[in-house]
Design a protein around this ligand. Structure first.
Ligand SMILES: NC(=O)C1=CN([C@@H]2O[C@H](COP(=O)(O)OP(=O)(O)OC[C@H]3O[C@@H](n4cnc5c(N)ncnc54)[C@H](O)[C@@H]3O)[C@@H](O)[C@H]2O)C=CC1
Ligand SMILES: O=C([O-])CC(=O)C(=O)O
Length: 329
């Protein structure tokens, strides 16, 4: 194989998502089965030993696509020449803690990382922020990287998107693969709005197939929006393998494109579409092609959806005000 390896930087590499993520990146699930990768693992000093253990296991798996692993606690080294950066390292939410509580704890991590990306990453860098609060952490990193096009900084709502597909498939008895055009709007938090009014189940409008607004309001939306908390309650730890899987989906779709007739959900810098104030990193329906994406335009937002989108966007505005106050943007 003559292809130049793609440099993939993963922060929080010794954490539980990192452990579920790295082996699948190395086996080709991030970029494709024919794309060699070099991994850069960024950890805090206390995490370096565990990251070294994971790197030993990666060696032991003898992945043909894996062309090297570097481990460091220096963001300037970790992001040097990076083509893809997965910003996972952060403090996970624990029982009873809301994402707002995490702003101050995690915000400080993302500013220096954004600056290191600005100064050292490759020109085609694509960034996915997974660490919570993901949208606002992405905003902090993006604000610290004025030389990188703002649209290269994205936040993960693909797990919410996938959760919404799974719940809709269960309700309708359809296969997951028959569900298209689900949208997550707003923040990756309990205020997010999973929207099925434009979605399809086996080619039919999903809201019409379900035909049960009470189920939408009282079951579907809260189940999807609070799924993270439900997993923590059940598992005693936050989602890890499903989060890793969604991170792979997010980047794979960004790089390789959405299927015809379908779209995905990504937290991206708003251009003002759908009344979301420009500059906020908010989740939208997007199509992707050749490594770039566009917001799906022209969707009618009905009376059920409008206040729900607005509520999540308001929360994002509050988070932005809070990190401004903390001097993080
Ligand atoms: N956007 C989403 O859909 C989801 C986001 N998450 C978030 O992902 C993040 C990671 O989750 P887990 O892997 O379960 O947490 P974890 O606690 O198992 O691992 C986090 C790792 O990050 C490392 N770390 C902390 N600060 C760092 C820094 N400045 N640089 C590099 N590494 C650093 C820690 O040492 C630790 O190894 C959490 O914020 C969690 O809330 C989790 C699930 C879904
Ligand atoms: O709720 C959490 O802290 C983890 C998370 O983001 C999710 O599972 O969606």
């Amino acid at each position: 194989m003559t292809r130049t390896p793609v440099n993939v930087t993963v922060t929080g590499a010794a954490g539980q998502i990192g452990y579920a993520l790295l082996f699948r990146i190395a086996s080709g699930h991030l970029l494709g089965a024919d794309v060699p990768v070099k991994l850069r693992l960024l950890e805090i000093p206390q995490g370096l030993k565990a990251a070294e253990g994971t790197a030993m296991e990666l060696d032991d798996a003898a992945f043909p696509l894996l062309r090297g692993i570097d481990i460091t606690d220096d963001p300037n080294v970790a992001f040097a020449g990076a083509n893809v950066a997965l910003l996972v390292g952060a403090r996970p939410r624990t029982k009873g803690m809301e994402r707002g509580d995490l702003l101050a704890a995690n915000g400080g991590i993302f500013k220096p990382q954004g600056k290191a990306i600005n100064d050292h990453a490759a020109d085609d860098i694509k960034v996915l922020v997974v660490g919570n609060p993901a949208n606002t952490n992405a905003l902090i990193a993006q604000s610290a990287a004025p030389d990188v096009p703002a649209e290269r900084f994205t936040a993960m709502t693909r797990l919410d998107h996938n959760r919404a597909i799974a719940q809709l498939a269960k309700k309708t008895g359809a296969a997951v693969s028959d569900i298209k055009r689900v949208t997550i709007w707003g923040n990756h938090s309990a205020t997010q709005y999973p929207d099925i009014f434009h979605a399809e189940v086996a080619g039919k409008n999903a809201a019409e197939v379900v035909n049960d607004e009470q189920w939408l309001a009282d079951t579907f939306i809260p189940t999807v929006a609070k799924r993270g908390a439900a997993i923590i309650e059940a598992r005693g730890a936050s989602s890890a393998a499903s989060a890793a899987s969604a991170a792979l989906d997010h980047v794979h779709t960004w790089v390789n494109g959405t299927a015809d007739g379908d779209w995905t959900s990504m937290g991206i810098v708003s251009d003002g579409s759908y009344g979301v104030p420009a500059g906020l990193i908010s989740s939208f329906p997007v199509t992707t092609k050749d490594g770039s994406f566009e917001i799906v335009q022209g969707l009618e937002i009905n009376e059920f959806s409008r206040p729900r989108i607005d509520a999540s966007v308001k929360e994002l505005e509050e988070e932005r005000a809070a990190v401004r106050e903390l001097g993080l943007i």
